[in-house]
Unconditional design. Structure first.
Lengths: 165, 165
DNA sequence: GCAAGGTATTTCGCCAGCGAATCTTTCGTC
DNA sequence: GACGAAAGATTCGCTGGCGAAATACCTTGC
C-alpha cells in the first residue's frame, strides 16, 4: 500500500534528477512531525495546554523536582531563539505554571522552575501525549523501534557535529 | 557517542513514567526536521527563496511541465491550511514564480501553475536542497536508507489511515 | 426559476517565532 | 579602579500560519 509520499514520488519520477530514497525519507519525517503536532494539539487541548507550552514544561520537568534552568539553556535545548523563549515563559508565567527567579550571585541570569501547579498539569499532559505518540510509534514492534531510533540517532549526530565525518 | 536526545532521556530516567524508545524516536524526528529546515533556509537563500516557497514550487513542479493544481489540492498535500496556501501563493505570484488562472467552466476554482521563471528557480534550488538532505541522510548506507524509509512509511500509513489497524 | 445549501477561495484578526537592537550586569585589561 | 568588550535576558518590528467569517459561485430540490 502507498502513502502520500509514494504517490508524490511516483507522479514525479523521471521529471527531475534527485534521489528518491532521500526525498522519501525527508518528506516522510516532515509529514510525521506535522501529523504528530496536529494530533498532539488536539489531545493537549483537553488540559488547556498548547504544544509549545507542553514542550517547555516537559524539558523543565526533566530537570527533576525543583529543578531549574535558565532561558538560554531552554532555548538551546528546544532549538528556539532566545526571544522566542522569553515569549513562551511570559505565557507560562502568566498562567502560573512557571516561576522566574533572578539569580543572586549573577544578576544577569534568571532561573526558571515549575510551580507545583505546573508540575501537576505537565504530568496530566504526559499521559495524553503518550497516547498519541504510542499510536504512531506503536505500529512498529520493539525491535523495529530500536532500529529506527538508532538510525535517527546517527543522522542527528551528524547534524549536531558538523565537523565529523 | 550520545546525541542531545540521549542526554535528555538519561537526565530524566526514573523521574516520570514514559516509554523511552518512543520519546527518543519522536524527539529525534522533531530535531532532525528542525535542523533540516534551518540548514535548508541557509542554502536556499542563495537563490533568494525561503523554505516554504521552495516547498510549494516543489509540489507544483511535481505536476510536470505545464502541470496545474488548485490551492486546495496544494494545501492538502502540503498539510497547510487553505488560508496559509493563499498567503504562500500571494508571495509567489508577486515574485512572478507562479501564475493563478481562474477556471472557465467553474469560476469558483483557481488553477495554479509555475511560470517559466518559477520552474528555472525551482530547478536551481533543488540542487542546493539536495546537498543539505544528502548530507543528513548520507550518513546511512543505501541499505539502511531503505530500512529507514520503510519504517517511516509504516508510521505514516498509520497516521494517514486512522481507521486501520 | 429561484431559494437553500454546498464548495472553493480569500479576507480578517490573532499568535508564536525570528533577527536585530537594547538594557543591564559582569569580566578583562591596562 | 575605570572603561571597553562580552554575556544574559528582554523589547521591537515583521512574517508565516491558523481558525473563523466572508465572498463568490455552483447545484439541487421544489
Amino acid at each position: 500500500m502507498d502513502d502520500s509520499v509514494d504517490r508524490h514520488i511516483a507522479r514525479w519520477r523521471g521529471k527531475a534528477p534527485f534521489d528518491e530514497r532521500v526525498e522519501a525519507i525527508v518528506t516522510r519525517m516532515q509529514f510525521l512531525v506535522k501529523h504528530l503536532a496536529q494530533a498532539k494539539d488536539g489531545a493537549l487541548a483537553a488540559v488547556g495546554l498548547q504544544d509549545f507550552e507542553y514542550e517547555t514544561l516537559h524539558w523543565l520537568g526533566a530537570r527533576g523536582e525543583g529543578g531549574r534552568a535558565t532561558p538560554s539553556e531552554l532555548a538551546a535545548e528546544l532549538k528556539v531563539s532566545p526571544a522566542g523563549m522569553t515569549g513562551r515563559l511570559d505565557t507560562l508565567e502568566k498562567a502560573g505554571l512557571v516561576r522566574r527567579i533572578r539569580s543572586v550571585e549573577d544578576r544577569r541570569r534568571v532561573d526558571v522552575e515549575l510551580t507545583s501547579e505546573g508540575r501537576a498539569i505537565w504530568l496530566k499532559a504526559m499521559d495524553l501525549r503518550g497516547e498519541v505518540e504510542d499510536t504512531m510509534v506503536g505500529v512498529l514492534g520493539p525491535d523495529d523501534q530500536e532500529i529506527l531510533a538508532a538510525l535517527l540517532k546517527r543522522m542527528l549526530l551528524r547534524m549536531e557535529n558538523p565537523g565529523r565525518g
